[in-house]
Design a protein around this ligand. Structure first.
Ligand SMILES: [Zn+2]
Length: 376
């Protein structure tokens, strides 16, 4: 009994000593930019022998101090709830919180860069690896983050970018006021590829909007996605029978005319991480009408091939008769015109200094802005 109590007393003293030693090392690095075992012992109020009993070398002491610092930063990150909400936003929150806490560890980061081996740096950053890896996995599962690069590489690259940004601030290459923006943009683009940028005039990112190309929609999913007609109408309307053979890889959205009701058209896109389908009213294609009009989604001009499509607003606003209209390619094949996979005698596209990817992003933004007006 006595021996047990005394063992636990020793353990308590010992762990208090370890904390005091690590505090002292952290404080000396912050104030002086360097430290020795003797200085740490003096600052912590323990003997050098005690320090050596816990940490045989300065490197071992520094490694333990770094590991504790990383764990503290990670504890702060948990408060940003990386497990909640859209992964891109969670990533932005986590980086903002992490950056705020990293500021206190500049001197330690410098000592780490000089003294610790790459293996020790990896070892001490295990907690950071786990947090970033699980956020990455969550975003990969819901299509927000890229899957074309190894996850391990993305996690290591993130930690390296954080350190590089920290180094840049310390060396005066990066304005401290701009550092978080630079870091967040770099890591978000690294995780999302081209898909995650916020699009102007549209509440979603392009990854929220683009149809999941590897994951074509089923009839059932499409019917469940209608936001501006009744459930009964959504159940009865004509959904294409050839969904399986649609060129999903080339579609920014799926759009079709109702073969039995020429004044009806429909479109479905992915918005806010889920499919959103919209019922449209449009005049039947008129053979007499040859005026050139530009599609406001894909910017293709057609002589007679663009229709004013009108969507009832969703919810009670729509039931009261409110609607919103926009000019769209009458065949709703905007995605194919954009990619040059469909050309008609009357369709023309202005040469523009934009990459295909930028044009696709613009389609997605234009459509997203329209969907946002419908859904309010
Ligand atoms: Zn179009």
């Amino acid at each position: 009994m006595t021996r047990q109590r005394s063992t636990s007393y020793h353990r308590e003293v010992s762990s208090r000593n370890v904390e005091a030693i690590l505090d002292a090392a952290e404080e000396l690095l912050r104030q002086e930019g360097h430290a020795t075992i003797s200085a740490v012992a003096a600052e912590a109020g323990v003997s050098r022998v005690t320090v050596y009993a816990h940490f045989p070398t300065w490197e071992a002491l520094l490694e333990a101090a770094v590991e504790r610092a990383v764990q503290r930063v990670m504890a702060a990150l948990e408060e940003a709830h990386p497990e909640d909400g859209p992964p891109v936003e969670a990533l932005e929150r986590v980086l903002a919180r992490g950056w705020q806490h990293l500021a206190g560890y500049q001197a330690m980061a410098e000592a780490v860069a000089e003294l610790l081996t790459p293996e020790a740096v990896t070892r001490t950053h295990q907690a950071a690896h786990r947090t970033i890896a699980s956020l990455l996995a969550r975003g990969q599962a819901d299509g927000s983050f890229r899957t074309d690069l190894p996850a391990d590489w993305l996690v290591h690259a993130t930690i390296a970018l954080i350190h590089t940004c920290n180094d840049g601030v310390r060396a005066g290459r990066i304005d401290p006021g701009d550092a978080l923006r630079i870091l967040t943009t770099s890591i978000r683009d690294l995780f999302t590829g081209a898909r995650g940028r916020r699009l102007s005039g549209c509440p979603w990112t392009s990854s929220d909007l683009a149809l999941p190309t590897v994951q074509p929609l089923t009839e059932q999913e499409i019917r469940a996605a209608f936001v501006n007609c009744s459930k009964g109408e959504a159940k009865r309307l004509n959904v294409p029978h050839d969904l399986a053979s649609r060129p999903w890889d080339d579609l920014d959205f799926l759009g079709w005319r109702d073969p039995q009701a020429p004044e009806r058209a429909y479109l479905v896109a992915r918005a806010g991480g889920r499919p959103v389908a919209i019922r449209l009213r449009c005049p039947a294609p008129s053979h007499g009408q040859r005026r050139s009009t530009m599609c406001s989604i894909c910017m293709t001009t057609h002589a007679g091939g663009v229709s004013l499509m009108v969507a009832a607003l969703s919810g009670s606003a729509g039931q009261q008769g409110n609607s919103v209209g926009t000019y769209i390619c009458s065949d709703l094949d905007c995605s194919l015109y954009t990619r040059g996979k469909k050309v008609t005698a009357s369709s023309t596209r202005l040469p523009e200094p934009l990459s295909l990817e930028e044009k696709i992003e613009r389609n997605v933004a234009n459509l997203g802005a329209f969907i946002a007006k419908v859904t309010g």
